[in-house]
Write a protein that binds this ligand. Structure first.
Ligand code: ADP
Ligand code: MG
Length: 352
């Protein structure tokens, strides 16, 4: 975890509410195209067209379309006038006219009707997005984007550490948000779907009226919420450049559990700062009173003053034995054990 200064660490210690972005934050963002529906054209033509537009998007679901097209050796054609519409999709123009890709909100903006052809897709709890030309729908894909292996444990650790309120905020559709929320044990009232970037800002503002809020996001369509939150936490390496700019804290590893450990560390830091301030003030009062009323000898006053400083430093050094280190030890051990377990499983049949 990279803290941009001591203030971020202190505020983080006071955080009582966490809001998480979904795509690329709680999920890996390494989506795979699992279903493809293109009623009026071949899958290949459809994919080439789709990839042509998504070549210009930084969204992780766009990468899923690009990867699928690359796997089938389809070279995307050139497009022009590309505009990204945050949390809706992307528009552009090729030799045959205007093109768009995006969610139902984007389709509605284009006057397109998501008819019966796609009912099966809409009903399932996967991220679905459509490709169209004007009001004509060309097809749709569903992508599967799994939870990060550490997301569940991270949320559990936060709850165990006394964070009473955890919310999910996503621009994706409600069925997807509810499936992911249920896997993480979130209550339905804390799951917010179909959000635009400004909706996330509004929700974070509302939450922060009842206590300090940390927003965790990858910066794709949520940089404003990262900036608005009392503490914005960016998915460092996995996130975007803008996330690193907007955030107060950046997570440099993919391990979500680090977040709960860092929250623990921030709270310990704030506690030790308070202890040290109280002690230093107390020592000052005693020494000043001693000097004024008891004619405290100078050498004793100096020893009291400098000795106090040493005690404060020693108390601060207790943070070296921090929960992050302890947790890191535990998580390394767990990783080693699971690797050994895998080895055993792989060698067992040959031995038998
Ligand atoms: P999240 O909040 O979960 O990270 P976003 O707000 O980034 O999700 O995106 C919300 C939805 O907007 C996506 O699920 C997708 O349907 C649509 N969308 C966004 N960008 C694109 C794009 N480049 N191509 C197609 N659809 C997109
Ligand atoms: Mg996201």
């Amino acid at each position: 975890m990279l803290f941009k200064g001591g203030a971020a660490l202190e505020t983080f210690g006071a955080v009582t509410q966490f809001a998480f972005d979904k795509t690329g934050t709680l999920t890996t963002g390494q989506a795979e195209v699992v279903t493809l529906v293109a009623p009026g054209m071949s899958d290949e033509d459809f994919l080439a067209l789709f990839a042509e537009l998504e070549a210009h998007s930084e969204h992780s679901i766009a990468a899923a379309v690009r990867r699928r097209a690359a796997k089938q050796d389809l070279a995307p054609l050139p497009v022009f006038d590309v505009v990204a519409h945050p949390s809706e999709g992307i528009t552009g123009r090729d030799g045959d006219g205007p093109l768009w890709a995006g969610n139902p909100r984007m389709a509605a903006r284009m006057g397109a009707d998501l008819t019966a052809d796609f009912e099966g897709l809409v009903g399932n709890a996967q991220t679905v997005f459509w490709l169209g030309r004007g009001s004509q729908i060309l097809g749709a894909v569903a992508v599967a984007d799994g939870l990060r292996p550490t997301s569940r444990a991270a949320l559990e650790a936060l709850r165990a550490g006394g964070v009473p309120h955890i919310a999910l905020m996503t621009g994706d559709r409600r069925p997807v948000a509810e499936r992911i929320g249920a896997q993480l044990g979130l209550s339905p009232s804390d799951i917010h779907a179909d959000l635009l970037p400004e909706d996330k800002v509004r929700l974070v503002s509302k939450l922060s009226q009842t206590g300090a809020v940390a927003f965790v996001g990858d910066g794709v369509n949520d940089a404003a919420a990262l900036a608005r939150a009392d503490v914005g936490i960016a998915m460092g390496a996995a996130g975007s450049e803008v996330a690193l700019q907007a955030a107060d804290v950046a997570l440099l590893s993919e391990d979500m559990a680090r977040r709960a450990a860092a929250h623990k560390l921030a709270r310990r830091t704030a506690r030790i700062i308070r202890q040290n301030l109280t002690f230093a003030m107390g020592a000052m009062v005693v020494l000043v009173s001693g000097a004024l009323f008891l004619q405290l000898p100078l050498p004793l006053a100096v020893v009291g003053h400098e000795g106090g400083t040493v005690l404060v430093v020693l108390n601060g050094l207790r943070l070296l034995f921090d929960p992050i280190r302890a947790d890191r030890g535990a998580s390394l051990r767990a990783r080693e054990e699971s690797a050994q377990e895998q080895d055993r499983r792989q060698t067992a049949p040959t031995r038998g």
